[in-house]
Design a protein around this ligand. Structure first.
Ligand SMILES: O=C(O)CCC(=O)C(=O)O
Ligand SMILES: [Fe+2]
Length: 389
């Protein structure tokens, strides 16, 4: 690749068992494209698409026209993202049909929360171990949030270079159309970020004056076709451009295998907050103030992270005890709910709880250390080896 970093190959699997996906991709945190068999049965692939594989604009407008949707203007940068507005879905579809020059990209639309057929799809079994959406659905309904999204846009609409929220995984399935992907493995961020915390906006044409080493980043580039699903592992930066009129559904998700990435992200963000506020460390109430700033910057804080982990730990303990009936976990493939998987998940949770318990930013908070200790003790009964006799 001319002037580019070493290019890698994307793995592709027409079919894969949940066990193999866990071993080959989820645990080692490696990207893969899954074949169309995982989406062939989806209602969305019939209902939203015409016989010749194009978006069925009239059908879409009739189904969801009244929804207010977030729309990016792909030609207008706004800090590290694009300018965004909100409009009725019917107005978006009208502009979309007029042609790609509009550059409007309906993205991050929480379509499942707005009456837009949550039954339009079901995550592929290997991708079903989705703690983030289990937590928002069942553990924190008052937050009225989720991480299920729909993207719709014409040829050339695109998403700038980024890493996903909380360092979560994503998966992205094409209902119709195609996407050009660029993925950059973790551990290279010094090549494309600067001192001020800004990063490269367009990795296909980086600003060489500001980011002279960006082109050295090792990358994987590939096209995702209609029906295919991309697994984006934790901490892999990525950029995406639509080829032709494209609709996709995606989730951000997390589970036992990337929980340590989520925690590491929280800890890194906290270190940045404490550095920014370093002149105030001796102030009364500094610990709580730092959490507030963390929450504003990162969308979460230590207590929210613990609440998420605690909720999932208790759910898994109940499932292990056979008592729950499992409504909360019913979306997970059987493999993830089998006893060995539950135990392994709880061991990974215990490891993260141990690190959290030792973290000075957690220890200085009211009540949190006691809460962590209580949950850790509950988990211990299920996972810790008995001490040698
Ligand atoms: O399809 C896009 O435009 C962006 C998708 C993305 O960033 C993701 O799936 O994480
Ligand atoms: Fe993303």
């Amino acid at each position: 690749m001319a002037g580019g970093g070493l290019a890698g190959q994307i793995a592709r699997r027409d079919d894969i068992s949940v066990e193999d996906f866990v071993r080959d991709f989820l645990e080692p945190n490696v990207p893969v494209v899954l074949g169309p068999r995982f989406t062939d049965g989806w209602t969305a692939r019939r209902l939203w698409v015409t016989a010749d594989g194009r978006p069925d604009y009239a059908r879409l407008a009739a189904l969801y026209g009244d929804a207010q949707v977030p729309v990016a203007e792909c030609g207008t940068a706004f800090f590290s993202d694009q300018q965004r507005t909100t409009m009725p879905f019917s107005a978006f579809v009208e502009a979309w049909q007029r042609g790609p020059r509009a550059g409007l990209y309906c993205k991050d639309w929480h379509f499942a929360r707005h009456g837009a057929a949550p039954q339009a799809y079901a995550p592929a079994p290997p991708l079903s171990n989705d703690w983030l959406n289990v937590f928002y659905d069942h553990g924190a309904p008052e937050l009225d949030d989720d991480y299920r999204f729909c993207y719709m846009g014409g040829d050339g609409t695109w998403t700038p270079f980024h890493e996903d929220v909380f360092r979560s995984y994503s998966w992205s399935a094409n209902i119709c159309g195609a996407k050009q992907w660029l993925l950059v493995a973790p551990g290279q961020s010094e090549l494309f970020t600067d001192q001020t915390g800004s990063w490269v906006y367009d990795m296909t044409a980086p600003d060489e004056a500001r980011f002279p080493r960006a082109r050295q980043a090792r990358r994987i580039e590939f096209v995702q076709h209609a029906g295919e699903t991309v697994f984006v592992p934790s901490g892999w930066w990525h950029q995406v451009r639509n080829i032709g009129d494209t609709i996709s559904i995606n989730h951000n998700w997390a589970n036992e295998f990337n929980l340590h990435f989520l925690y590491a992200r929280l800890k890194d963000d906290m270190a940045a907050v404490r550095h920014a506020l370093r002149d105030a460390v001796d102030m009364d109430g500094f610990a709580e103030h730092a959490q507030l700033v963390l929450r504003a910057d990162s969308g979460t804080d230590y207590r929210a992270f613990f609440r998420f982990v605690d909720y999932m730990a208790r759910l898994y303990l109940r499932e292990l005890g056979g008592g729950s009936g499992g409504v909360e976990l019913r979306g997970l493939a059987p493999h993830f709910r089998a006893e060995p998987s539950l135990r392994r998940a709880l061991r990974l949770v215990a490891a993260v709880l141990d690190r959290l318990a030792a973290d000075p930013a957690a220890r200085e908070l009211e009540q949190l250390p006691a809460d962590i200790a209580r949950t850790r003790a509950l988990v211990a009964g299920a996972v810790d080896d008995p001490p040698p006799a």
